[in-house]
Each structure stands twice: as C-alpha cells, then as structure tokens.
Write a protein that binds this ligand. Structure first.
Ligand SMILES: Nc1ncnc2c1ncn2[C@@H]1O[C@H](COP(=O)(O)OP(=O)(O)OP(=O)(O)O)[C@@H](O)[C@H]1O
Ligand SMILES: [Mg+2]
Length: 221
C-alpha cells in the first residue's frame, strides 16, 4: 500500500486540489484508493460530498490514523492519499510519519518558495522521501515561464527533489472540483487532464523505484 501525504505549510498551494484530482484519476482505473481528509477545513470532504459517489472511500479526521491505515491495508487499498492542513503542527507531523512519499505542492513565487521550507524541514527530520510539485504555474510557452525557472532554481539550490513537470493554473481544474469531479472526468483529454496523468505516472515511477531500492537493500543485508 502506497501512502502519499500532501503537505505544505503554505495555504492555497494546492494540497486539496491535487489530492482530489489524483484520487479522481485513480478511481476509474480500478486502483483501490482511500482518501483521508486530515484538515479540519474539510475541503476534500466537501469535494467528496459534492461528488456523491461511493467510488472513492473517504475517512475524515486525524485521530487513530495508524488504525485507519491498518484497516485500509487489510481491506486491500493500494493507495492512500492524505490531505493535510496548512501548518506544521502535530497532526501534520503524524501524517508525514506514516507517509511513504510526501508531495509538497508549491506555487511559483517568492513567498511560496520561502514558506515550503518548514515542510521540507519536517520531511527531512522524519527521514521521509518528499518531492515538490510546482502547481498553479503560468502555462509553458515554448519554454518554462520565468517564474517556474526561478522556483526550480531555488529548489535546486536547497537540494530539494522537484518534479520535472508542472501543473498549470487552469480554470478547468477548479471547475471540475466544483462539480465533485476531477479534470480527467469533466474534461477528459484536456491539457490539464494530461498534466494530472503525467503527475500520476511520476508518482507510480517513484514508488517502483523505492520498492526496487528496498528490494536491493534487503538482498544485500
Ligand atoms: N492548478 C490549478 N489551477 C487552477 N486552480 C487551482 C490549481 N491548483 C489549485 N487551484 C485552486 O486554488 C485554490 C487553493 O487550492 P487548494 O484549496 O487545493 O489549496 P490548499 O493547499 O489545499 O489550501 P489550504 O492550505 O487552505 O488547505 C482552490 O480554489 C483550487 O481549486
Ligand atoms: Mg486544503
């Protein structure tokens, strides 16, 4: 079971949006997925209510996280996506502690680049694999927007693993969420849907690589 935690101390960076978009992307592909809304704001839970469908189970709250994950594993969940609040408090640390991978969405911008560092620090202290995902970025023209180039440069200087792709700021991403859907469902084949698909493939590749590395280490132990 792959546990992915979406975390960033910065509000509005796209934690809930990416959790819902990836959850919706996984749903039709028959990957048993559990969503966990660990944010008292309840954005993911709201999206789930609007969705009104049972195809993606949702657990709300941070209490008994270990027990919830054990139950999900026994029930055959392959993926668990956990949305967290915009702070660096104990429930976020607990979610990160349970993570196999932490996704840190980051808008390109000075304040955003600065604010994610607290979350990066938490991942490092807890020795958890993490990656920054540049979200709500200006569209690529022939090359990346200067804002994105700057943001990547800042992450590189801090030695922070950063996804090579980007999720562009697109109205259809927000619009799909307003209807309880993902962009792959509401605007299938759109550029936004392609980007979410590409993020999904990057996630699966990371998990494959982590499992291969764990296998090699087990063999040489
Ligand atoms: N790539 C995108 N394109 C268009 N809109 C986006 C994109 N990413 C996020 N948004 C919108 O930006 C707003 C903030 O995103 P979201 O709620 O996911 O952030 P968050 O990190 O969960 O915020 P909080 O820390 O407050 O929980 C939402 O209205 C969301 O729909
Ligand atoms: Mg949120």
């Amino acid at each position: 079971m792959n546990v992915v935690v979406f975390a960033s101390r910065k509000g509005g960076s796209g934690k809930s949006a990416l959790t819902a978009q990836l959850g919706s992307y996984m749903a039709p592909n028959a990957r048993p997925t559990l969503l966990i809304d660990a944010d008292p704001q309840g954005s993911l839970a709201l999206w789930h209510r609007v969705r009104g469908s049972q195809d993606l189970p949702l657990h709300i709250g941070t209490k008994h996280l270990a027990a919830t994950l054990t139950k999900a594993r026994r029930a055959g969940a392959e993926w668990v996506l956990i949305d967290t609040p915009p702070n660096a408090e104990a429930p976020v640390a607990e979610a990160i502690w349970h993570a196999d991978l932490v996704v840190i969405p980051m808008r390109p911008g000075l304040f955003d680049v600065d604010a994610v560092q607290a979350t990066i620090q938490m991942c490092r202290e807890l020795k958890k694999p993490y990656a920054v995902v540049i979200n709500a970025a200006p569209a690529r023209n022939r090359s990346e927007d200067p804002m994105v180039v700057d943001a990547r440069g800042a992450m590189q200087a801090l030695d922070v693993p950063t996804w090579a792709g980007q999720i562009t700021n697109r109205p259809e991403l927000s619009l799909s969420l307003a209807h309880g859907a993902g962009v792959n469902e509401a605007h299938s084949g759109s550029a936004g849907s392609e980007e979410i698909g590409s993020l999904w493939r990057a996630l699966t590749r990371s998990f494959d690589a982590m499992k291969a590395m764990a296998g090699t280490q087990a063999q040489s132990a």
